[in-house]
Design a protein around this ligand. Structure first.
Ligand code: ATP
Ligand code: SF4
Length: 332
């Protein structure tokens, strides 16, 4: 794990999760460890199917019935979330923990106006209804909803997609959570709106002092918003650390490949964006060796037989690759 002095707000340790499927057990998370320090933004990146959303939903406790946690712990504010009762878990949601989804309609009720939804979300607060309404109006103003005094009475369908996502951010932050989990919140928006929403999130995060766990496949957005980043591949975290270290000197061949294929970094105009050759492996079988070896241009014998341990690449950067052992880096 990256070196941190104070105890992180969230500590995911050796987490394993399977989905039951007609074809067998899908090992969607394998031995995942990750820290979210207090007041920091941690990004999770990786190709589609790498387990980013599954990790976010597991922390939030929003898993489908066919999911089973097979190993590990999720320590949040010194309690293991996996051992809490369903009722305690629910009471943490919308109080210490809140979430923004890719599709704002997942969080909004289409048949109730914004006012009643924003008042309800403050149910943990000992305040009167009119004070809660005032706070809601303030927050809508803060996220850039014009004329919030009257628009608070509107229904979700009366807002554009970008406005709806702003409303969801307002609702998620109204409760002043310690940790906000955001699952691709800007993916459905156009590029200009995406930039606006990212700046808004960053400002509000600083103001409230919360941490954010931010899932995205958009590396530019992660570079802009996040302090730390975890790179996932086929259910494993293969590299993590400070954004500047990982983006400037990635230690893992997969991270390098991901960065080389990022459209934001490609200088020449091209019709054919590069992709990482090969496919993400099936998650059905148990894996031996390095999970990336079938696609890795540097793979050697040891990669096929032995799972790589974690090596320290920089003070706040670790990666799982046998090449780092060869280069004399110390085990983390
Ligand atoms: P994307 O960027 O496409 O959202 P992701 O990195 O978030 O991808 P996940 O959605 O977490 O990836 O999926 C991880 C793996 O778990 C995939 O192989 C996916 O097919 C599988 N999976 C996810 N949800 C379920 C489910 N409910 N039942 C069975 N398998 C699932
Ligand atoms: Fe490539 Fe081997 Fe490193 Fe895996 S352990 S990333 S296969 S060099």
């Amino acid at each position: 794990m990256p070196h941190m002095s104070a105890r992180p707000l969230l500590e995911v340790r050796n987490l394993g999760l399977d989905f039951g499927s007609p074809r067998g057990r899908v090992h969607a998370l394998r031995n995942v460890s990750l820290d979210v320090p207090a007041g920091q933004v941690v990004g999770i990146v990786g190709e589609s199917g790498s387990g980013k959303s599954t990790l976010a939903y597991t922390v939030m406790g929003l898993l489908p019935e066919n999911a089973q946690v097979t190993a590990g712990s999720i320590i949040f504010e010194r309690r293991d979330l996996l051992t809490l009762t369903a009722q305690t878990r629910r009471s943490l949601m919308g109080d210490r923990l809140s979430m923004i989804f890719q599709d704002p309609m997942t969080a909004l009720n289409p048949v109730r106006n914004i006012e009643s939804q924003m008042i309800d979300i403050q149910h943990h607060e000992q305040r009167g209804r009119s004070e809660k309404r005032d706070r809601a109006v303030d927050m809508l103003k803060r996220v850039g909803i014009p004329d919030p005094q009257s628009r608070i009475g509107n229904y979700p369908h009366q807002f554009s997609g970008g406005m709806r996502q702003r409303i969801c951010i307002a609702m998620a932050l109204l409760v002043k959570p310690a940790l906000l989990i955001a699952d691709e919140p800007t993916t459905a928006l156009d590029a200009t709106l995406e930039v606006q929403i990212i700046h808004l999130l960053k400002d509000l995060q600083r103001e409230i002092g919360c941490s954010i766990l931010f899932v995205s496949h958009h590396l530019g957005v992660v570079a802009e918003l996040c302090d730390h980043v975890a790179v996932m591949y086929a259910g494993e975290v293969v590299e993590q650390g400070a954004v500047r270290d990982i983006f400037h000197s990635p230690g893992h061949p997969y991270t390098r490949a991901l960065l080389e294929c990022d459209p934001g970094r490609i200088k020449q105009r091209t019709r054919n964006l590069p992709t990482i050759p090969g496919e993400v492996p099936s998650l059905l079988a148990s894996k031996k060796g390095c999970i990336f070896h079938p696609r890795c241009p540097h793979a050697f014998d040891r990669c096929v037989h032995e799972t790589p341990g974690e090596y320290r690449v920089a003070a706040d950067q670790v990666a799982r690759c046998h090449l780092l052992d060869r280069a004399g880096m110390v085990a983390a």
